[in-house]
Design a protein around this ligand. Structure first.
Ligand code: MF3
Ligand code: CO
Ligand code: CO
Length: 269
């Protein structure tokens, strides 16, 4: 574990914002979150194995609930601030927080993001994957690939004592280069002891700016990228689901990552 006070002072002297002490997880907390990450990956693997054209998003929710409970976990979304289901299922122009329903049937050519968060022995891990259903167009497959690559690029460039806004810089510059846009309104977050902790993780920004990131921090990176405009709106009926303003596709991948003294450990993906 780092000497928080000493390291913080060094960066404060350089006028660089530092994380608060509670953003640095203890070795015991890290081990707990690591276990939650293993379970969360197993839940997402179960979804990956069974997802197919013709099934409903409620069927996906049933898989998530059943597998999570079987593994001794709790699906964190269920009853979280009134959210009614165990995972989020966001199809095509849904950016995030889609609510599973037996009325929503996966169609050939759809893309769908399934976002799972598991609580295990009190610790949280959060990750999501986007799936192509049936035969997606080459353009759609390219779009999904660029989204995943933008996240992998941000992780590849992440190191202890990186600056927070570098994450967004790598994501947005890569996405823009390929002709797509990044949603700004929703970001990643600290995670582990709670579901959504500080800091807010931007998916856009200027290099070499923002808070310095210390070893022991655990947070999500979860870029939402749009095919056309980055503008979004909130579903007025359910007050959860976010959609693209122009009806274009939106894609997302999410990892829970741990910053170590030497690099990055992906705890859930
Ligand atoms: N898993 C989402 C995230 O990545 C949060 C979902 S909140 C819910 O932060 F209530 F919609 F489940
Ligand atoms: Co998240
Ligand atoms: Co999530």
């Amino acid at each position: 574990m780092i000497n928080y006070d000493e390291v913080s002072q060094k960066y404060k002297n350089m006028n660089i914002e530092v994380p608060t002490k509670d953003m640095i997880k203890t070795p015991e907390q890290i081990e707990g979150i690591r276990q939650a990450g293993i379970i969360n990956n197993m839940v997402l693997d179960e979804v990956s194995k069974h997802i197919h054209q013709g099934m409903s998003t409620q069927d996906i929710d049933d898989i998530v609930y059943k597998k999570t409970i079987e593994l001794g976990g709790i699906p964190a979304p269920l009853n979280y601030e009134g959210f009614p289901k165990s995972c989020c299922t966001s199809i095509n122009d849904a950016v995030c927080h889609g609510i599973p329903s037996d009325k929503d049937i996966l169609q050939n050519g759809d893309i769908i993001n399934v976002d799972c968060t598991t609580i295990y022995k009190g610790y949280y891990a959060d990750a999501s994957r986007t799936f192509c259903i049936g035969n997606c167009s080459e353009e759609t497959k390219r779009f999904v690939k660029v989204c995943k690559e933008s996240l992998d690029l941000a992780v590849k460039n992440l190191k202890p004592y990186s600056r927070l806004r570098d994450i967004g810089y790598y994501i947005e510059s890569y996405v823009k280069k390929h002709g797509y846009t990044v949603v700004h309104e929703i970001g990643g977050h600290g995670v582990g002891v709670g579901f959504h902790e500080d800091p807010f993780i931007y998916h856009y920004g200027r290099k070499n700016t923002g808070m310095v990131l210390f070893p022991g921090m655990v947070f999500t990176i979860e870029p939402m990228i749009n095919e056309f405009s980055r503008e979004v709106f909130l579903d007025a009926d359910n007050e959860w689901t976010i959609y693209t303003m122009d009806g274009g596709l939106s894609c997302q991948f999410e990892y829970t990552v741990l910053l170590t003294e030497t690099g990055v450990e992906i705890l859930s993906k």
